[in-house]
Design a protein around this ligand. Sequence first.
Ligand SMILES: *Cc1c(COP(=O)(O)O)cnc(C)c1O
Ligand code: SF4
Length: 352
Amino acid sequence: MQNTTATTLAVLVSEGLIDSADVDALKEVAEKYAIAAPRHLIDLIDQSATNDPIAMQIIPSEAELKTSPDERPDPIGDHTFSPVKGLVHRYPDRVLLKVHSACAVYCRFCFRREMVGPSGDAMDETDITAALAYIGDRPNISEVILTGGDPLVLSPQRLTKLLDALDQVDHVQVVRFHTRLPVAAPDRITNELVNVLSKPRATVYVAVHSNHARELSDDAVAACNRLARAGIPLVGQTVLLKGVNDTADSLAALFRAMVRARITPYYLHHPDLAPGTNHFRVPIEAGQALMKHLRGQVSGLALPTYMLDIPGGYGKVPIGPSYLKTTDHGLTLVEDVNGETHRYPPSEDDPA
Ligand SMILES: *Cc1c(COP(=O)(O)O)cnc(C)c1O
Ligand code: SF4
């Protein structure tokens, strides 16, 4: 079983990760949503724990069959803003490209879970040509973001071809990869791949998706270091997940581990309303309270922005917490990290 990715319920049973008695109930889940539990992540699971934070993210559960009324197949409105197949254009200066739909790991909370999978839709040559023409025609587009499916799963040859083509478009300054590969399968961050990513004229950024400190194993950190040492800036993306990382200690450990691995935490995403993910969601107020607790306790380098992607395609916005308020009398009050409020600017009778 070395180095293999578990993609079926049968293999997960043989690994002791699901009970054979649960297989029947999980068949429906497996038919709807792809399974991929890579060896590296399986090895990080503490099998004696009931709700292991790594297992919860990669092992299918019956809860995925429960769709709440708020949930929708296209939670962030990708389709609404897709002028060309595989391309999403919602903000003036940047576009998303979803070149293919395969990932090294299929996360049970994935916001694009209705679209990703080994047999999902991929852009063919014609689609890629159309997307490049769309970008080429729009000088405002300075950044191209390659995203889920996991773009680093593509072969070095295909990535080279794509990056070469993007380099032909003078106004593309930055190419950003969103990936889970460094934590899901660190061995796949090969020197060959790192070379491909360090060659382009455009500046390449890598956004590493990680949700738990334990994912940043020695191998994962080594993979991140291979990228960073090649001059590729790394930023971190995390999804706030109930039972996985919804405590201040867990988030602090994760964000500190990211900084240690040369990854600057960028966004903490409130989970999108993807079908069958309700069991992963905490209230926004709980997320704000966590961020508030971390501010002042943890290095500013280790604090991402808490973000919500507004359902329907209205885009991402920071959702606090906020430290400022205005009173009915028009006074500005600012809260410190201990929860005490102060007038700003200070009034004459305030203590110095
Ligand atoms: C998330 C997203 C981006 C990237 O947003 P940033 O705030 O720059 O990270 C760009 N386009 C679309 C359509 C997105 O959903
Ligand atoms: S790696 Fe990203 S796109 Fe792929 S399943 Fe996980 S969250 Fe979804």
